[in-house]
Design a protein around this ligand. Structure first.
Ligand SMILES: [Fe+2]
Length: 441
Protein backbone atom coordinates (compact mmCIF):
# COMPACT_ATOMS: atom_id res chain seq x y z
CA UNK A 1 0.00 0.00 0.00
CA UNK A 2 1.27 3.49 -0.76
CA UNK A 3 1.56 5.95 2.06
CA UNK A 4 2.07 9.35 0.49
CA UNK A 5 1.06 10.95 3.79
CA UNK A 6 3.90 9.23 5.67
CA UNK A 7 1.80 6.76 7.64
CA UNK A 8 2.45 3.11 6.92
CA UNK A 9 0.10 0.61 8.59
CA UNK A 10 1.71 -2.31 10.36
CA UNK A 11 0.71 -5.87 9.48
CA UNK A 12 -2.90 -6.23 10.69
CA UNK A 13 -2.84 -2.59 11.75
CA UNK A 14 -5.32 0.15 10.92
CA UNK A 15 -5.06 1.67 7.46
CA UNK A 16 -8.15 3.88 7.51
CA UNK A 17 -8.90 7.06 9.40
CA UNK A 18 -12.20 8.93 9.68
CA UNK A 19 -13.01 12.62 10.08
CA UNK A 20 -16.11 13.56 12.06
CA UNK A 21 -16.83 17.22 12.56
CA UNK A 22 -19.60 19.54 13.61
CA UNK A 23 -20.77 22.06 11.04
CA UNK A 24 -19.36 25.40 12.05
CA UNK A 25 -19.89 29.11 11.55
CA UNK A 26 -16.89 31.28 12.44
CA UNK A 27 -16.40 35.03 12.60
CA UNK A 28 -17.04 38.19 14.56
CA UNK A 29 -20.79 38.73 14.84
CA UNK A 30 -21.59 35.09 14.04
CA UNK A 31 -23.89 34.81 17.08
CA UNK A 32 -26.37 37.01 15.27
CA UNK A 33 -26.95 34.09 12.90
CA UNK A 34 -27.91 31.68 15.70
CA UNK A 35 -31.66 31.97 15.16
CA UNK A 36 -31.37 31.01 11.50
CA UNK A 37 -29.09 28.08 12.35
CA UNK A 38 -31.42 26.75 15.05
CA UNK A 39 -34.52 27.12 12.88
CA UNK A 40 -32.66 25.48 10.01
CA UNK A 41 -32.20 22.44 12.22
CA UNK A 42 -35.96 22.28 12.72
CA UNK A 43 -36.01 23.41 16.36
CA UNK A 44 -38.88 25.46 17.78
CA UNK A 45 -38.37 25.11 21.53
CA UNK A 46 -34.84 24.91 22.91
CA UNK A 47 -33.09 24.73 26.25
CA UNK A 48 -30.36 27.38 26.44
CA UNK A 49 -27.53 26.36 28.77
CA UNK A 50 -25.28 29.09 30.13
CA UNK A 51 -23.92 30.35 33.45
CA UNK A 52 -24.48 33.37 35.65
CA UNK A 53 -21.44 35.29 34.34
CA UNK A 54 -22.11 34.68 30.66
CA UNK A 55 -25.74 35.70 31.13
CA UNK A 56 -24.48 39.23 31.84
CA UNK A 57 -22.38 39.69 28.69
CA UNK A 58 -23.35 41.05 25.27
CA UNK A 59 -23.05 37.62 23.66
CA UNK A 60 -26.06 36.38 25.63
CA UNK A 61 -28.13 39.37 24.49
CA UNK A 62 -27.13 38.87 20.83
CA UNK A 63 -27.88 35.17 20.98
CA UNK A 64 -31.27 35.43 22.66
CA UNK A 65 -32.31 38.30 20.37
CA UNK A 66 -31.42 36.26 17.31
CA UNK A 67 -33.34 33.24 18.61
CA UNK A 68 -36.39 35.39 19.43
CA UNK A 69 -36.35 37.04 15.99
CA UNK A 70 -36.36 33.58 14.43
CA UNK A 71 -39.42 32.63 16.48
CA UNK A 72 -37.60 30.09 18.65
CA UNK A 73 -39.03 29.53 22.13
CA UNK A 74 -36.15 29.57 24.65
CA UNK A 75 -35.92 28.43 28.26
CA UNK A 76 -32.61 29.38 29.90
CA UNK A 77 -30.74 27.20 32.40
CA UNK A 78 -28.05 29.35 34.02
CA UNK A 79 -27.10 27.09 36.93
CA UNK A 80 -24.14 25.45 35.20
CA UNK A 81 -21.17 24.91 37.53
CA UNK A 82 -17.67 25.93 36.52
CA UNK A 83 -15.95 22.51 36.44
CA UNK A 84 -19.14 20.40 36.55
CA UNK A 85 -19.73 17.39 38.79
CA UNK A 86 -21.83 14.25 38.47
CA UNK A 87 -24.48 15.99 40.60
CA UNK A 88 -24.51 19.14 38.45
CA UNK A 89 -24.80 17.00 35.29
CA UNK A 90 -27.78 15.19 36.81
CA UNK A 91 -29.50 18.42 37.85
CA UNK A 92 -29.13 19.72 34.29
CA UNK A 93 -30.49 16.47 32.90
CA UNK A 94 -33.57 16.75 35.10
CA UNK A 95 -34.19 20.24 33.72
CA UNK A 96 -33.78 18.95 30.16
CA UNK A 97 -36.08 15.98 30.72
CA UNK A 98 -38.83 18.07 32.32
CA UNK A 99 -38.72 20.76 29.61
CA UNK A 100 -39.54 18.53 26.63
CA UNK A 101 -37.27 20.46 24.27
CA UNK A 102 -36.70 19.68 20.60
CA UNK A 103 -33.19 21.10 20.61
CA UNK A 104 -30.37 22.56 22.69
CA UNK A 105 -28.23 25.69 22.57
CA UNK A 106 -25.22 26.23 24.80
CA UNK A 107 -23.40 29.52 25.35
CA UNK A 108 -20.30 29.49 27.54
CA UNK A 109 -17.00 27.75 28.14
CA UNK A 110 -16.33 24.03 28.17
CA UNK A 111 -18.23 23.52 31.42
CA UNK A 112 -21.43 24.90 29.92
CA UNK A 113 -21.14 23.02 26.63
CA UNK A 114 -20.22 19.75 28.38
CA UNK A 115 -23.17 20.11 30.76
CA UNK A 116 -25.51 20.64 27.82
CA UNK A 117 -24.19 17.49 26.12
CA UNK A 118 -24.75 15.42 29.25
CA UNK A 119 -28.20 16.90 29.87
CA UNK A 120 -29.28 16.12 26.30
CA UNK A 121 -27.94 12.58 26.62
CA UNK A 122 -29.57 11.63 29.93
CA UNK A 123 -32.84 13.34 28.95
CA UNK A 124 -33.04 11.35 25.71
CA UNK A 125 -31.76 8.03 27.09
CA UNK A 126 -32.26 7.95 30.87
CA UNK A 127 -29.84 5.67 32.68
CA UNK A 128 -27.95 5.57 35.93
CA UNK A 129 -25.11 8.06 35.87
CA UNK A 130 -22.25 5.57 35.39
CA UNK A 131 -23.83 3.84 32.37
CA UNK A 132 -22.19 6.11 29.76
CA UNK A 133 -19.15 7.24 31.77
CA UNK A 134 -15.72 6.15 30.53
CA UNK A 135 -14.34 2.89 31.89
CA UNK A 136 -12.97 2.00 34.35
CA UNK A 137 -14.87 4.60 36.41
CA UNK A 138 -18.11 3.90 34.53
CA UNK A 139 -19.42 1.20 32.23
CA UNK A 140 -18.80 3.06 28.94
CA UNK A 141 -22.04 1.81 27.40
CA UNK A 142 -22.72 2.99 23.85
CA UNK A 143 -25.13 5.90 23.49
CA UNK A 144 -28.24 4.14 22.14
CA UNK A 145 -29.13 6.56 19.34
CA UNK A 146 -28.92 10.09 18.00
CA UNK A 147 -29.53 13.14 20.20
CA UNK A 148 -31.63 16.21 19.35
CA UNK A 149 -29.76 19.06 17.59
CA UNK A 150 -27.29 20.96 19.76
CA UNK A 151 -25.91 24.34 18.67
CA UNK A 152 -22.82 25.11 20.77
CA UNK A 153 -21.54 28.69 21.08
CA UNK A 154 -18.20 28.99 22.91
CA UNK A 155 -17.30 32.12 24.86
CA UNK A 156 -13.73 31.03 25.55
CA UNK A 157 -10.92 30.01 23.23
CA UNK A 158 -9.95 26.75 24.85
CA UNK A 159 -11.63 23.43 25.33
CA UNK A 160 -12.89 22.93 21.77
CA UNK A 161 -15.92 21.27 23.39
CA UNK A 162 -18.13 22.81 20.69
CA UNK A 163 -16.46 20.44 18.21
CA UNK A 164 -15.89 17.26 20.19
CA UNK A 165 -17.93 14.35 21.49
CA UNK A 166 -16.51 14.59 24.99
CA UNK A 167 -18.13 15.80 28.22
CA UNK A 168 -15.93 16.01 31.32
CA UNK A 169 -17.04 16.04 34.94
CA UNK A 170 -15.78 15.53 38.46
CA UNK A 171 -17.12 12.43 40.23
CA UNK A 172 -17.10 13.88 43.71
CA UNK A 173 -17.37 10.61 45.64
CA UNK A 174 -14.23 9.31 43.90
CA UNK A 175 -12.28 12.60 43.88
CA UNK A 176 -11.62 11.96 40.18
CA UNK A 177 -12.36 13.61 36.91
CA UNK A 178 -13.68 11.51 34.09
CA UNK A 179 -16.13 11.93 31.30
CA UNK A 180 -18.35 10.60 28.58
CA UNK A 181 -17.02 10.12 25.06
CA UNK A 182 -19.25 9.40 22.09
CA UNK A 183 -19.66 10.71 18.56
CA UNK A 184 -23.34 11.14 19.47
CA UNK A 185 -22.35 13.89 21.91
CA UNK A 186 -20.66 16.03 19.28
CA UNK A 187 -22.70 19.24 18.82
CA UNK A 188 -24.55 19.47 15.54
CA UNK A 189 -23.33 22.98 14.79
CA UNK A 190 -20.78 25.30 16.42
CA UNK A 191 -21.22 29.07 16.22
CA UNK A 192 -17.83 30.55 17.03
CA UNK A 193 -17.89 34.30 17.51
CA UNK A 194 -14.55 35.76 18.68
CA UNK A 195 -16.34 38.87 19.98
CA UNK A 196 -17.77 36.66 22.75
CA UNK A 197 -14.26 36.49 24.27
CA UNK A 198 -13.80 40.28 24.51
CA UNK A 199 -14.75 40.56 28.17
CA UNK A 200 -12.71 37.59 29.37
CA UNK A 201 -10.20 38.42 32.10
CA UNK A 202 -6.50 37.63 31.51
CA UNK A 203 -6.20 34.45 33.59
CA UNK A 204 -9.22 32.90 31.85
CA UNK A 205 -7.70 33.67 28.44
CA UNK A 206 -4.37 32.21 29.58
CA UNK A 207 -5.88 28.97 30.91
CA UNK A 208 -7.91 28.49 27.75
CA UNK A 209 -4.96 29.33 25.53
CA UNK A 210 -2.72 26.72 27.12
CA UNK A 211 -5.50 24.16 26.79
CA UNK A 212 -5.42 24.94 23.05
CA UNK A 213 -1.64 24.58 22.87
CA UNK A 214 -1.80 21.25 24.68
CA UNK A 215 -4.59 19.95 22.43
CA UNK A 216 -2.34 20.84 19.50
CA UNK A 217 0.86 19.32 20.91
CA UNK A 218 -0.82 16.18 22.22
CA UNK A 219 -2.76 15.45 19.04
CA UNK A 220 0.35 16.17 16.94
CA UNK A 221 2.44 13.74 19.02
CA UNK A 222 -0.22 11.09 19.76
CA UNK A 223 0.21 7.46 18.83
CA UNK A 224 -0.31 7.19 15.04
CA UNK A 225 -3.65 5.76 13.93
CA UNK A 226 -1.73 3.05 12.07
CA UNK A 227 -0.45 1.65 15.38
CA UNK A 228 -3.91 0.46 16.41
CA UNK A 229 -5.28 -2.91 15.39
CA UNK A 230 -7.75 -2.76 12.51
CA UNK A 231 -11.29 -2.66 14.03
CA UNK A 232 -13.87 -5.31 13.23
CA UNK A 233 -16.33 -2.68 11.99
CA UNK A 234 -16.29 1.07 11.27
CA UNK A 235 -18.41 1.64 14.38
CA UNK A 236 -15.64 0.13 16.51
CA UNK A 237 -13.09 2.69 15.30
CA UNK A 238 -12.44 4.94 18.31
CA UNK A 239 -13.06 8.68 18.19
CA UNK A 240 -9.56 9.18 19.59
CA UNK A 241 -8.06 7.25 16.71
CA UNK A 242 -4.53 8.64 17.04
CA UNK A 243 -2.69 11.24 15.01
CA UNK A 244 -3.46 11.05 11.32
CA UNK A 245 -2.80 13.04 8.14
CA UNK A 246 -5.88 15.22 8.63
CA UNK A 247 -5.37 16.02 12.32
CA UNK A 248 -1.71 16.87 11.69
CA UNK A 249 -2.70 19.95 9.68
CA UNK A 250 -5.05 21.36 12.28
CA UNK A 251 -2.79 20.55 15.22
CA UNK A 252 0.26 22.22 13.77
CA UNK A 253 -1.57 25.29 12.43
CA UNK A 254 -3.18 25.74 15.86
CA UNK A 255 0.22 25.54 17.52
CA UNK A 256 1.69 28.21 15.26
CA UNK A 257 -1.30 30.52 15.75
CA UNK A 258 -1.24 30.01 19.51
CA UNK A 259 2.48 30.72 19.67
CA UNK A 260 1.97 34.08 18.00
CA UNK A 261 -1.24 35.22 19.66
CA UNK A 262 -1.67 33.62 23.09
CA UNK A 263 0.43 35.98 25.19
CA UNK A 264 -0.87 39.01 23.26
CA UNK A 265 -4.48 37.90 23.86
CA UNK A 266 -3.78 37.51 27.59
CA UNK A 267 -2.06 40.85 28.04
CA UNK A 268 -4.42 43.08 26.05
CA UNK A 269 -8.19 42.50 26.06
CA UNK A 270 -8.57 45.12 23.33
CA UNK A 271 -6.31 43.19 20.95
CA UNK A 272 -9.19 41.89 18.81
CA UNK A 273 -6.84 40.34 16.27
CA UNK A 274 -5.06 38.24 18.92
CA UNK A 275 -8.30 37.07 20.52
CA UNK A 276 -9.79 36.22 17.12
CA UNK A 277 -6.71 34.27 16.04
CA UNK A 278 -6.60 32.43 19.37
CA UNK A 279 -10.25 31.46 18.81
CA UNK A 280 -9.34 30.16 15.36
CA UNK A 281 -6.46 28.21 16.89
CA UNK A 282 -8.91 26.69 19.40
CA UNK A 283 -11.20 25.75 16.52
CA UNK A 284 -8.46 24.07 14.51
CA UNK A 285 -7.12 22.26 17.56
CA UNK A 286 -10.64 21.15 18.51
CA UNK A 287 -11.24 19.70 15.06
CA UNK A 288 -7.89 17.94 15.20
CA UNK A 289 -7.95 16.45 18.68
CA UNK A 290 -11.64 15.61 18.32
CA UNK A 291 -10.48 13.05 15.75
CA UNK A 292 -7.00 12.22 17.00
CA UNK A 293 -7.27 12.43 20.79
CA UNK A 294 -5.00 13.82 23.47
CA UNK A 295 -2.86 11.86 25.89
CA UNK A 296 -0.57 12.18 28.93
CA UNK A 297 -0.91 15.86 29.98
CA UNK A 298 -4.72 15.61 29.83
CA UNK A 299 -4.75 12.26 31.68
CA UNK A 300 -2.62 13.80 34.44
CA UNK A 301 -4.79 16.94 34.46
CA UNK A 302 -7.88 15.05 35.47
CA UNK A 303 -6.12 13.90 38.65
CA UNK A 304 -4.63 17.33 39.32
CA UNK A 305 -8.02 19.04 39.05
CA UNK A 306 -9.84 16.33 40.98
CA UNK A 307 -7.45 16.42 43.96
CA UNK A 308 -7.15 20.19 44.37
CA UNK A 309 -6.71 21.28 47.98
CA UNK A 310 -6.88 25.06 48.31
CA UNK A 311 -5.57 26.58 45.08
CA UNK A 312 -7.51 29.50 43.66
CA UNK A 313 -6.75 31.16 40.34
CA UNK A 314 -7.23 34.91 39.94
CA UNK A 315 -10.21 35.88 37.74
CA UNK A 316 -12.12 32.66 38.61
CA UNK A 317 -14.92 32.22 41.18
CA UNK A 318 -13.17 32.13 44.57
CA UNK A 319 -15.89 30.41 46.58
CA UNK A 320 -14.09 27.10 46.32
CA UNK A 321 -10.65 25.73 45.44
CA UNK A 322 -10.25 24.98 41.74
CA UNK A 323 -7.52 24.48 39.16
CA UNK A 324 -8.80 25.68 35.77
CA UNK A 325 -8.67 22.93 33.16
CA UNK A 326 -6.01 24.53 30.94
CA UNK A 327 -3.72 25.14 33.92
CA UNK A 328 -4.14 21.57 35.18
CA UNK A 329 -3.10 20.33 31.74
CA UNK A 330 -0.15 22.56 30.89
CA UNK A 331 1.44 22.22 34.31
CA UNK A 332 2.22 18.58 33.40
CA UNK A 333 3.10 19.19 29.78
CA UNK A 334 6.83 20.01 30.17
CA UNK A 335 7.53 16.71 31.96
CA UNK A 336 5.25 14.82 29.58
CA UNK A 337 6.94 16.05 26.41
CA UNK A 338 10.37 15.16 27.82
CA UNK A 339 8.99 11.64 28.27
CA UNK A 340 7.28 11.33 24.87
CA UNK A 341 9.99 13.00 22.77
CA UNK A 342 11.89 9.79 22.09
CA UNK A 343 8.83 8.41 20.25
CA UNK A 344 8.99 11.14 17.60
CA UNK A 345 11.89 13.57 18.16
CA UNK A 346 11.32 15.34 14.84
CA UNK A 347 7.72 16.16 15.77
CA UNK A 348 8.73 17.44 19.21
CA UNK A 349 11.46 19.58 17.62
CA UNK A 350 8.91 20.99 15.17
CA UNK A 351 6.63 21.92 18.09
CA UNK A 352 9.52 23.58 19.93
CA UNK A 353 10.42 25.54 16.81
CA UNK A 354 6.79 26.63 16.36
CA UNK A 355 6.84 27.96 19.94
CA UNK A 356 9.91 30.05 19.19
CA UNK A 357 12.76 27.79 20.34
CA UNK A 358 16.05 27.95 18.48
CA UNK A 359 16.40 24.39 17.25
CA UNK A 360 19.36 24.96 14.93
CA UNK A 361 21.88 22.19 15.43
CA UNK A 362 19.62 20.41 17.92
CA UNK A 363 20.01 16.64 18.18
CA UNK A 364 16.98 14.32 18.46
CA UNK A 365 17.84 13.84 22.15
CA UNK A 366 17.38 17.59 22.75
CA UNK A 367 13.79 17.64 21.48
CA UNK A 368 11.97 17.09 24.78
CA UNK A 369 14.03 19.60 26.75
CA UNK A 370 13.68 22.27 24.06
CA UNK A 371 9.91 21.89 23.88
CA UNK A 372 9.58 21.82 27.68
CA UNK A 373 11.63 25.02 28.00
CA UNK A 374 9.61 26.77 25.28
CA UNK A 375 6.36 25.90 27.07
CA UNK A 376 7.62 27.06 30.45
CA UNK A 377 8.81 30.34 28.96
CA UNK A 378 5.35 30.98 27.49
CA UNK A 379 3.69 30.05 30.79
CA UNK A 380 5.78 32.63 32.61
CA UNK A 381 5.06 35.24 29.93
CA UNK A 382 1.33 34.61 30.41
CA UNK A 383 1.58 34.58 34.25
CA UNK A 384 0.50 30.95 34.56
CA UNK A 385 1.90 28.93 37.50
CA UNK A 386 4.83 26.70 36.52
CA UNK A 387 5.21 23.42 38.42
CA UNK A 388 2.69 21.54 40.56
CA UNK A 389 4.19 22.94 43.76
CA UNK A 390 2.85 26.34 42.76
CA UNK A 391 -0.65 24.80 42.81
CA UNK A 392 -0.14 23.47 46.35
CA UNK A 393 0.85 19.87 45.65
CA UNK A 394 3.65 18.13 47.53
CA UNK A 395 5.60 14.91 47.11
CA UNK A 396 3.14 13.03 49.35
CA UNK A 397 0.40 13.68 46.76
CA UNK A 398 2.16 11.72 44.03
CA UNK A 399 0.55 8.40 44.93
CA UNK A 400 -3.02 9.73 44.77
CA UNK A 401 -2.28 11.75 41.65
CA UNK A 402 -0.90 8.64 39.98
CA UNK A 403 -3.97 6.60 40.92
CA UNK A 404 -6.25 9.27 39.44
CA UNK A 405 -4.24 9.30 36.21
CA UNK A 406 -3.99 5.56 35.70
CA UNK A 407 -7.82 5.55 35.72
CA UNK A 408 -7.72 7.56 32.45
CA UNK A 409 -7.06 4.47 30.37
CA UNK A 410 -8.63 5.95 27.22
CA UNK A 411 -6.17 8.86 27.24
CA UNK A 412 -3.05 6.97 28.29
CA UNK A 413 -3.66 4.44 25.52
CA UNK A 414 -3.30 7.26 23.02
CA UNK A 415 0.22 8.16 24.20
CA UNK A 416 3.02 7.56 21.69
CA UNK A 417 4.84 5.18 24.03
CA UNK A 418 3.63 2.84 26.77
CA UNK A 419 3.11 4.60 30.08
CA UNK A 420 2.66 2.63 33.30
CA UNK A 421 2.17 3.52 36.99
CA UNK A 422 5.88 3.95 37.61
CA UNK A 423 6.20 6.31 34.64
CA UNK A 424 3.20 8.39 35.73
CA UNK A 425 4.59 8.73 39.27
CA UNK A 426 7.95 9.85 37.83
CA UNK A 427 6.17 12.40 35.63
CA UNK A 428 4.36 13.85 38.65
CA UNK A 429 7.63 14.09 40.59
CA UNK A 430 9.19 15.86 37.64
CA UNK A 431 6.17 18.17 37.37
CA UNK A 432 6.39 19.30 40.99
CA UNK A 433 9.18 21.74 40.20
CA UNK A 434 9.88 23.64 36.99
CA UNK A 435 12.54 22.10 34.78
CA UNK A 436 14.00 25.43 33.70
CA UNK A 437 14.71 28.64 35.55
CA UNK A 438 12.83 31.86 34.88
CA UNK A 439 15.65 32.78 32.47
CA UNK A 440 14.93 29.63 30.44
CA UNK A 441 18.21 27.91 31.27
FE1 LIG B 1 -8.40 20.25 27.18
Amino acid sequence: MSCAHGYAPAEGGEGIFAVDASSLTFGRGALREAGAVVRGLGCKRVALFTDARVRQIDAYAYLTRSLAEAGVDVVTYADVRVEPTDASFEAAATFARDGRFDGYVSLGGGSVIDTCKAAALYAAYPADFFAYVNAPVGRAEAVPGPLPPHVACPTTAGTGSELTGIAVCDVVSLGAKTGIASRRLRPTHAIIDPDATRTLPPAVVAAGGFDVLCHAIESYTARPFTARARPDSPAARPMSQGRNPWSDHGSFAALELGATHLVRAVRDASDDEAREQLMWAATLAGLAFGNAGVHIPHAMAYAVAGLVRDFRMPDYPDDEAMVPHGVSVVVNAPAAVRFTASASPERHLACARALGADTRGAAPDDAGALLAAALERMMRDASVPVGLAALGYVDADVEALTRGTVAQARLLGNAPRPVGDVDVAALFRASLAPTTTARGE
